[in-house]
Write a protein that binds this ligand. Sequence first.
Ligand code: COA
Ligand code: ZN
Length: 314
Amino acid sequence: MTRDDSEQLIVQEVAPRDGLQIEAKWVETQDKIALIDGLSACGFTRIEAGSFVSPKAIPALRDGEAVFQGIARAPGVIYVALVPNVKGAQRALAACADELNLVMSASETHNRANMRMSCESSLAGFAEIIRITNESRGVKLNATVATAFGCPFEGRIDEERVVSIARTYREMGVEGVTLADTTGMANPRQVERLVSRVLEHVPAASLTLHFHDTRGLGLANVLAAYGAGARRFDAALGGLGGCPFAPGASGNICTEDVVNMCDEMGIPTGIDLQRLIALSRTLPALVGHEVPGQVAKAGRNCDLHPVPDYVRTI
Ligand code: COA
Ligand code: ZN
């Protein structure tokens, strides 16, 4: 591994899934496809392009099949689909998703609110999903521990439980593990501690951190996780996002804000910030409201402004 490889921060773009799932305004299938193709042109190697969940639970993403069929598969890009159950996995495999992202919450209560089943039922479903996915050669598996840093219903989540779920996923044969801070309850010290512990069981190349900026700690948590050895992060263009079944949920950490921070700090991401900002600026028209991201509004540090005439005369 070269120095650059080990320093690289890999951003998985999740706006087409986490970002759009909570939007009230219907986004046309062709616009979703254009967004995903625009993202692949920015240099992402991983894009969560949709979910195959109940259309009653998440109407905004009910066109998953058409989206996966319509996107231009850019070489080297892994197109991920979130799935909650066996039916979702069958749909995702039929739609030729490159990777399935299974989700269960560390909080029993949030899992019942989000997935309408116990954690035990989720895991039983995962065993079957893993079996059918392994029959589709080359399809990768990731599993998310949602509410890993806190739950809007239960509050504090036992770190031991999160570590144990991560280990269970790996023992079941799932390569990738995501720790998700579903409603932005994590703080940097907690992140550093939990990431260090989970990295004892999951290699950095397989571990993803998924932060929401609900309480303004998103980028601080990214740096804490990076410092502890994590290298893969979910983020959403414009800072869109949120789980409709978690009260108080708000946007993911904003991709262009993360990439801007990395560019300024000299951490390689492989993502073209200028293109990303241009794409982010199309979001308000797409979703019908302003989006939280800051760098798309402020511009990059190097986007200098013309000096006003009065300054020249001083
Ligand atoms: N895709 C499409 N339809 C699905 C489905 C899937 N993955 N899973 C279930 N359904 C359908 C069933 O076919 C059934 O349809 P019918 O009413 O026409 O017969 C209906 O949904 C109910 O099925 P059931 O298995 O009883 O599901 P449920 O109502 O208990 O809900 C989930 C369970 C997991 C399907 C649902 O809670 C869900 O999709 N949750 C995901 C929420 C989410 O995406 N959160 C944000 C991301 S973390
Ligand atoms: Zn999320």
